[in-house]
Design a binder for this molecule. Structure first.
Ligand SMILES: Cc1cc2nc3c(=O)[nH]c(=O)nc-3n(C[C@H](O)[C@H](O)[C@H](O)COP(=O)(O)OP(=O)(O)OC[C@H]3O[C@@H](n4cnc5c(N)ncnc54)[C@H](O)[C@@H]3O)c2cc1C
Length: 416
């Protein structure tokens, strides 16, 4: 029997490679090695329904345990890959054993960026990445009254939304002038800042968290400007770093992630990298980028599995993402970094609208709040390589569905 495929990391991407390989009829051995105790599970609910107590750990599992036996996928839990020996095509495991591979997939995800301030190691300063982290935060929630959230990105705001819903006094500290500033437009940022104020969250932008105070346990934080805010829990959501150290130690190029080509292959043709840990070329511009989303991990997992199973194709999926903050579902499609013009469709006061983001007349992406149909429209439109004009986007009488109906038959005709 051949050594088959070894997947490092039992997360969203690692699971997807294994599942898609079997779906594609791959008949050799598949082994997933993961350093967490659980079978692969969904992380997004950890900062949403799971923290609120609205779902269980079992319901987070991507597949029930017997799925892996049924599909002859070997799953090695609680075990780290400690080294990649490229010359021998073998990985060393923390258990002291080793595994040979024909093909290796690095799907190691990311680790939290740590808060570089005095007091950051006090009890009550917590981060969220894993189910174990979520369980620990849940336990601390019970006795906490004052919660400080460091960082107004997606995770920080989701944590603030949950904590405020649970009746806690919540302060969010953000050094930049607006919330989710790296990911969403000014319009969406302002809307969410206002929404959090309505949730009862105290949002402090243009403010740095300078120090965490307490003896043994956190009691307060000191802000730039000198003010103290009481805190019995500090939740840190200031971004993540790609888990690319194994690849780097193995001599693979690393630059804000494991560097891969358009087919997600590293400099070593036997090794691929996917998901949060992979830096890949933007299919449109060629610039290297790294995405941190379920869509990206899933679609890259599928892409690598297809190649290994004999159907190579470049990775060209349209990126999309979502974030739930109390009753607000934010959904984004496309990459809007180069946007120079936004068009509002709908009314933020009704808590349901979309922001269409353009560069010139070209649609780059859409941010939707409680407008799932427009998000789905954007996904289909951008996947078809099509656009709408800013005027069409602004015109509520313009029928988006009709535009899609026009695009789809044209594509089919072009295809053959
Ligand atoms: C709290 C939270 C909320 C989120 N919400 C959303 C959301 O709403 N929408 C969205 O699109 N995305 C969301 N994300 C991001 C999304 O979950 C990730 O982008 C996705 O899980 C990435 O998949 P991955 O396979 O690359 O990494 P992961 O799912 O992180 O899996 C990597 C796994 O590899 C393991 N590992 C690392 N090194 C080793 C090693 N050497 N040996 C063995 N195992 C190793 C890790 O412990 C981990 O289990 C959220 C993430 C978090 C943490």
């Amino acid at each position: 029997m051949s050594a088959g495929v070894v997947i490092i990391g039992a997360g969203q991407g690692g699971y997807q490679v294994a599942a898609s390989l079997r779906e594609a009829g791959y008949g050799e051995r598949i082994t997933i090695v993961g350093d967490e105790p659980e079978h692969p599970y969904q992380r997004p609910p950890l900062s949403k329904a799971y923290l609120l107590g609205d779902t269980t750990a079992e319901r987070l599992l991507l597949r029930p345990q017997n799925y892996y036996e049924k599909h002859t996928i070997d799953f090695v839990a609680n075990t780290r890959v400690t080294q990649i020996d490229r010359a021998a095509s073998r990985v060393a495991l923390s258990s002291g054993t080793a595994l040979d591979y024909d093909h290796l997939v690095i799907a190691t995800g990311a680790r939290n960026r740590l808060l570089p301030v005095e007091g950051a190691t006090l009890d009550g300063v917590m981060y969220l990445r894993t189910l174990a982290d979520a369980d620990a935060i849940k336990q601390h929630f019970a006795g906490a009254t004052n919660i400080v959230v460091a960082g107004a990105g997606f995770i920080g705001l989701e944590l603030a939304a949950v904590a405020s819903k649970l009746g806690k006094q919540v302060s969010v500290i953000e050094p930049l002038p607006r919330v989710m500033s790296r990911a969403v437009s000014q319009t969406a940022s302002q809307f969410f800042a206002d929404a959090h104020a309505q949730f009862g969250v105290k949002l402090l932008v243009n403010t740095r968290l300078e120090r965490i105070n307490g003896s043994g346990r956190v009691t307060s934080v000191t802000l730039s400007g000198g003010a103290d805010v009481p805190a019995d829990l500090v939740l840190v959501g200031i971004g993540i770093l790609p888990a690319d150290d194994l690849a780097q130690a193995a001599g693979l190029p690393v630059a804000n992630g494991v560097v891969v080509d358009a087919q997600l292959v590293t400099a070593d043709p036997k090794i691929s990298a996917i998901g949060d840990c992979a830096a890949f070329p933007d299919p449109t511009t060629g610039a290297m980028m790294r995405l941190e989303s379920v869509q990206n991990a899933v679609d890259q997992g599928r892409c690598v599995a297809k190649r290994i199973a004999g159907h190579p194709a470049p990775y060209e999926a349209v990126p999309w993402f979502w974030s739930d903050q109390q009753d607000l579902k934010l959904q984004m499609v496309g990459l809007t970094a180069g946007c120079d013009r936004t068009v509002l469709r709908g009314n933020p006061a009704e808590r349901a609208f979309s922001v269409f983001c353009f560069r010139g007349d070209t649609l780059l992406g859409i941010e939707s709040v409680n407008r799932g149909a427009e998000h789905m429209f954007g996904r289909r439109l951008l996947a078809a390589g099509e656009s709408v004009t800013p005027e069409e986007a602004a015109d509520l009488s313009f029928d988006l569905k009709a535009r899609l109906a026009r695009v789809a038959p044209a594509r089919e005709a072009a295809a053959g």
